[in-house]
Design a protein. Structure first.
Length: 328
């Protein structure tokens, strides 16, 4: 028996995406859109040496810029703010080397840091209400990092270096002293690192893969959905009836699949076999291939990802599948 709480799910994008405008690429000159991550054609494949070279340049330039700017801002020096928050070192590795990872995209890199900084500062202020702050400070650090992780997961803004930001906001004496002034320090660091990332990462690569979500904004349904075994069996039964009782052939050769696919509708081609059309829930029409009727495969199409009900996916894995669908 599956406990009810194990199936609970919350997707904040379901409520936010209808209000998020689509990227304005058609209104932006292509040279500018290029450095914002937009491409008209698929980027070329690269080896590993070129990304390593540009990661070195990007990390060096971003860290140097953040430190240099912070040293020359009077309000930063007067408040005793650090040249750079230590977590930005880890953030630089993500934003200049693992640039295709969902955790490195602007939404995660900026919102994750801001949420974590706010959480850490609030936790430090809360624990400072006690006269024994130095004795319980270590508990506040753990609670701040855990709370920031939960908030980032709920808002789909998980950014691992941001966990360190929340922790440092409680356990680092200098950051505890500057308090809420840590927020503008973090915001400036995020902005400067993003500017460098847009310049360096788009010279021979592409960044970001998306700004807010790999899904199409304003879409009424989420891109990723799950199909239960009952749905798949029901669909297979419907197809059997339409074909005169013949069972789906999971071992159809490529030539046979192509012939079958062409004999149907050319707009409903599948992956590795012929495609069929079935209505699944809420009047939505879904196309899927005969070779995908069993439970052991994940279907990725442009704008749609179909996952069997029994497959467990983390938030990062879901974002990766959505990114792959977006790139088709």
């Amino acid at each position: 028996m599956v406990l009810p709480h194990r199936t609970w799910n919350f997707n904040i994008d379901r409520y936010l995406n209808p209000f998020v405008p689509s990227p304005p690429w058609k209104f932006v000159p292509y040279p500018l859109a290029w450095f914002l991550g937009y491409r008209k054609t698929k980027p070329h494949e690269t080896g590993n040496l070129m990304p390593i070279f540009w990661a070195f340049i990007g990390v060096f330039a971003a860290i140097l810029l953040i430190e240099g700017v912070s040293k020359h801002i009077h309000s930063f020096t007067s408040h005793g703010a650090p040249m750079i928050v230590g977590s930005f070192g880890a953030a630089a590795v993500l934003e200049f080397y693992s640039i295709e990872a969902p955790l490195a995209q602007p939404r995660n890199a900026i919102c994750g840091q801001v949420i974590s900084a706010f959480t850490g500062i609030a936790m430090a202020k809360l624990f400072q209400l006690s006269d024994r702050f130095t004795d319980i400070q270590w508990v506040g650090g753990a609670l701040a990092c855990a709370s920031a992780t939960a908030l980032m997961a709920l808002t789909k803004t998980v950014h691992p270096p941001a966990g360190a930001t929340a922790l440092l906001a409680v356990v680092d004496a200098n950051l505890v002293r500057i308090g809420w002034f840590l927020l503008p320090v973090v915001l400036l660091g995020c902005a400067l690192m993003l500017v460098v990332a847009l310049l360096v990462n788009n010279i021979e690569r592409r960044f970001p893969i998306y700004w807010w979500t790999p899904e199409e904004c304003r879409r009424p349904f989420p891109m990723l959905r799950r199909r239960s075994s009952d749905e798949l069996r029901k669909t297979a039964s419907m197809l059997d009836e339409e074909k005169g009782g013949s069972s789906p052939d999971l071992h159809t050769t490529g030539a046979e699949a192509d012939a079958t696919s062409q004999s149907r509708s050319p707009s409903h081609k599948g992956v590795g076999g012929s495609s069929d059309e079935a209505t699944v829930g809420a009047g939505r029409t879904t196309n899927f291939t005969r070779s995908h009727l069993h439970l052991g495969e994940i279907v990725i199409r442009r704008g749609e990802v179909i996952v069997p009900q029994h497959v467990f996916l983390t938030q990062e894995e879901e974002q990766l599948l959505e990114t792959m669908s977006y790139r088709l």
